[in-house]
Design a protein around this ligand. Structure first.
Ligand code: PNS
Length: 165
C-alpha cells in the first residue's frame, strides 16, 4: 500500500486542508498528517497538542489517516515515517510557485518526491492566517473550518472576543 505524508502547520486545520487529506486518503490509501513543530517559530494561535487534537477530531471519519508531530525538516519526517512521497495541496498559482521550489529542493537534498493536489475550487480562498485573524476578533469561521475546530474556537471565546495568544 502507498503511504503519503501531508505536512503542515495546521494552525488551525481548515476545510481546504481537510479536502486535500480526504483526496489523499481516497487516492493513496494511507495518509500520515505531520503536524510540524518549529521551536524557533512559535505557533500563531494553537499549541502543537491542540492542533493535533483538532486534526484527529476532524479526520475521525478517515481510519486510514494517522496524525503525528515532527520537529525538523519535512524530508526527515518523510524518512522517519517511512512514507512513499509527500502530498501538498495547491490553492492558487502563488502556492504553486512556493511549493514547486520546496518540492524541487526536497528532491535535490533527500530524493523525497512531492505530489500536488489542487484543492476543491470552492475552498481556494481559505487560509489559516485569515481563520486566526477572524477568530481573534470574535468573527464567525464556521464556513472555513471543520466542526471540531469551530467548536474549539467558540469555547475559547471570552466575553464575545476570542482569547489573544
Ligand atoms: O502549513 P504550512 O505552514 O504552509 O506548512 C509549511 C511546512 C511546515 C510544510 C514547511 O514550512 C516546511 O516544510 N517546514 C519544515 C522545514 C523544512 O523542511 N524546510 C525545508 C523546505 S524546502
Amino acid at each position: 500500500m502507498t503511504t503519503v505524508l501531508c505536512p503542515g502547520s495546521f494552525d488551525p486545520l481548515h476545510l481546504g486542508h481537510l479536502d486535500v487529506i480526504e483526496q489523499a486518503a481516497a487516492l493513496f490509501g494511507s495518509v500520515i498528517v505531520a503536524t510540524m513543530h518549529n521551536p524557533a517559530k512559535p505557533s500563531g494561535m494553537f499549541s502543537l497538542d491542540e492542533r493535533m487534537e483538532l486534526i484527529r477530531a476532524s479526520v475521525a471519519h478517515l481510519p486510514e489517516v494517522k496524525v503525528e508531530s515532527f520537529a525538523g525538516l519535512v524530508v526527515d519526517a518523510a524518512k522517519a515515517f517511512g512514507v512513499d512521497f509527500l502530498v501538498k495541496g495547491l490553492r492558487t498559482a502563488g502556492d504553486f510557485e512556493i511549493e514547486q521550489q520546496m518540492a524541487q529542493t526536497n528532491f535535490a537534498v533527500a530524493e523525497v518526491r512531492t505530489v500536488f493536489l489542487p484543492c476543491a475550487p470552492g475552498l481556494s480562498y481559505v487560509s489559516s492566517q485569515f481563520v486566526r485573524e477572524i477568530a481573534r476578533h470574535g468573527g464567525d469561521v464556521r464556513n472555513l473550518v471543520p466542526l471540531p475546530v469551530a467548536e474549539h474556537l467558540a469555547n475559547r471565546t471570552v466575553g464575545g472576543r476570542s482569547e489573544q495568544r
